[in-house]
Design a protein around this ligand. Structure first.
Ligand code: FES
Length: 185
């Protein structure tokens, strides 16, 4: 599965009242964004980010509720969500790995890194690992071509990747996730 198919969904024709779906905090944060902009619909991308931060991804219901709050057509908001590749329209893992497959990274080992990641995680691109920790995606240039190969996880960019560095990164993220689970118990 590719990023495009991960993002594409047939949206059901439903109306959702944002007041019965979004939390008071989400509404307040989104309303704050609208005060900074000339038009309510211009807050679409920030609204998507706010809801995704809380819920992990953007379901159809979330899309409808945000469109209702911003008083904009859902098709327009879906266009924004589809264009922006950090908005996920299906459930994803705790960590979403965006591995750059553009030219510099491709020439400096993309294929072997991609093979290694798929083998280590036991998944293909567009899939999420069985433990729910990792989703693997390709991405266009991440802006670190002089330090290729590059991947992004959350807000962190990892450069000059090797199989050894990836092994350490995955181990660190797994330990972090396990640590936070234990902290919740
Ligand atoms: S080509 Fe990979 S970061 Fe630019």
């Amino acid at each position: 599965m590719t990023l495009a198919s991960l993002k594409y969904q047939q949206i059901k024709a439903v109306n959702i009242d944002h007041r019965s779906y979004l939390s008071a905090e989400e509404i307040s944060e989104i309303e704050h964004e609208t005060t900074l902009l000339e038009y309510r619909e211009a807050a679409g991308i920030e609204a998507l980010k706010i809801v995704q931060k809380n819920r992990g991804w953007i379901s159809d219901d979330s899309l409808y509720a945000i469109a209702d709050l911003l008083q904009m057509p859902v098709s327009q908001l879906e266009g924004v969500a589809t264009f922006y590749n950090l908005i996920y329209r299906q459930p994803v893992g705790t960590y979403v790995i965006h591995l750059c497959d553009s030219i510099s990274c491709y020439l400096t080992g993309f294929e072997s890194i991609a093979d290694y990641l798929q083998q280590e995680l036991g998944i293909g691109f567009g899939q999420t690992s069985a433990d729910g920790l990792f989703t693997l995606l390709t991405n266009a240039c991440l802006g670190g071509c002089d330090k290729a190969p590059v991947m992004m996880i959350g807000e962190n960019h990892y450069q000059s990747l090797t199989t050894d560095s990836i092994k350490a990164i995955l181990a660190e993220l797994k330990a972090k996730a396990n640590g936070s689970k234990e902290g919740e118990q």
